[in-house]
Design a protein around this ligand. Structure first.
Ligand code: FAD
Length: 435
């Protein structure tokens, strides 16, 4: 049993928990971090793109020793039907900069490194320790936690919940609801190993340059979801995820989707001859702004995926996790420096600071997108990708048909499939939700 009392107890050692623990430990607080995995990152899944700006605010010289894979110079977006893809590619030499903006990483390695920084800052990190319960005093204030590996309780002035999207602790304690099936996606991912030169040749890369491909279309069978292909140094991360509610409705399986995605004629040549060494599955919060739960309470705050802070439209999660962790820690440090108690009246500072950050500003901007994508998934993820593919093929195929007839045919295929009012309605809703 740990007899001592801590200034803060952090539950979880993912992106959010590590950011919070690091910031509080660097600020001079006595921090205990508890992680159920064998080590930080052992249970964590991500595509994974790391957004450097947010990490740099926490570990300014991270490029010196962090386990980074490739820096991204190219972003591809594919709209797919069963035999084709229509692509939007952006590549720039500007991304070959001294301090690149985005990297691919492998979470198991990255989180281990991040956790080491937390330890070096002075926090006590205990792995293989699952927090089972929050401990409250007679007034209901959270004053610590119970963990599975030791008898008794561990006390702290504040408990930071960084337990990820599926964290049971906060839901069991009644601090937030379990994520509803229409507000959470299930993603599966596999790692395809290939020689480094093969990856570079197939993706048109030099040195440590990297590329990511994000794909929507018939690969998700009309469900709300997307696929991804990320080039690492010696492996390719390939994955796909869709809303849990859609899996329930359709009876499709995640591995069935992944199998089809892997065998798609646009994808198969990229991974041909590879050896698959790792499979993983994980939930992703997709409810956006409207799904954010209460962020603070009597003796506790919640950060990262556990707080549903995930920007699905831009596929950003780890950066929101790190930033919410850092902001929560900064708010806690301020409250502590004023010798004030960790009660809602003071912890509201965390929410105020988060509201001012890109995290809430971005999520608020897209507040209507998750519901729109879900209710119109057949149109956005099936009908339109098929129509775009057909129109593109018609456009590029040279067969003696006058161009004016080709244009009329393309337009007709859209109005036949969706009618003019249907098209206008979808466009209107999309623009309104995007604003
Ligand atoms: C397939 C996939 C691809 C993704 N791709 C990207 C991407 O490319 N870029 C991006 O920015 N984001 C991406 N994300 C999202 C990103 O992974 C998350 O937003 C991010 O990991 C959230 O960090 P977190 O610290 O809140 O949660 P997590 O990283 O999930 O960490 C939670 C930690 O808490 C621990 N824990 C849980 N319960 C307990 C308990 N009771 N006691 C002790 N420990 C506990 C867990 O073991 C875990 O280590 C992706 C997610 C998935 C699933």
């Amino acid at each position: 049993m740990i007899e001592e009392k801590f200034d803060a107890i952090v539950v979880g050692a993912g992106m959010a928990g590590n950011a919070a623990a690091l910031t509080m430990a660097e600020g001079g607080m006595k921090v205990l971090q508890l992680e159920r995995g064998e080590y930080s990152g052992s249970k964590n899944v991500q595509g994974a793109i790391l957004y450097a700006d947010m990490l740099e605010k926490l570990v300014p010289d991270f490029r010196e020793d962090a386990p980074l894979e490739r820096h991204l110079v190219e972003q591809r977006f594919w709209m797919m039907d069963d035999r084709s893809h229509t692509g939007l590619h952006y590549r720039s030499e500007d991304f070959n900069e001294e301090k690149p903006n985005r990297y691919t990483i492998i979470r198991a390695q990255f989180d281990k490194w991040f956790s080491q920084k937390v330890r070096e800052a002075g926090a006590t990190v205990l792995c293989e320790t699952t927090v089972t319960e929050l401990v409250r005093d007679d007034s209901g204030k959270v004053i610590g936690v119970k963990a599975d590996r030791r008898d008794g309780e561990i006390h702290g002035d504040i408990v930071v919940l960084a337990e990820g999207v599926n964290g049971m602790l906060g839901t069991r304690a009644g601090l937030r609801e379990r994520p509803k099936p229409e507000k959470v996606a299930l993603a599966v991912k596999e790692m395809h190993f290939l020689p480094r030169e093969t990856i570079e040749a197939r993706f048109n890369l030099r040195g440590d340059e990297g590329v990511v491909i994000e794909a929507v279309g018939t690969i998700s069978r009309g469900m709300t979801g997307m696929g991804f292909i990320y080039a690492n140094k010696e492996c390719i991360s390939l994955g796909i995820g869709c809303l849990v509610a859609d899996f329930q409705r359709t009876g499709e399986t995640p591995y069935g989707l992944l199998d089809r995605f892997r065998r798609h004629p646009s994808v198969a040549p990229l991974i041909e001859g590879s050896e698959v060494k790792e499979y993983s599955a994980h939930l992703i919060p997709e409810g956006g702004f409207k799904a954010i739960p209460q962020l603070y309470g009597n003796g506790w705050v919640v950060i990262g995926d556990a707080a549903q802070l995930n920007n699905t439209i831009h596929r950003e999660g780890s950066n929101l996790a790190m930033t919410s962790g850092q902001i929560a820690a900064e708010a806690i440090l301020k409250i502590k420096s004023r010798n004030q108690p960790m009660i809602p009246h003071n912890l509201v500072l965390y929410k105020k600071m988060l509201d001012e950050s890109f995290v809430i500003k971005d999520l608020r901007k897209y507040k209507d997108m998750p519901a729109l994508m879900h209710t119109r998934s057949q149109n956005f993820f099936l009908t339109y990708p098929q129509l775009v593919s057909k129109a593109m093929q018609n456009f590029v195929r040279v067969d003696g048909t006058p161009k004016i007839d080709k244009e009329k045919l393309a337009l007709k295929s859209f109005t036949n499939a969706r009618s003019r009012s249907g098209l206008f309605g979808d466009a209107f809703r999309l623009v309104r939700a995007w604003r």
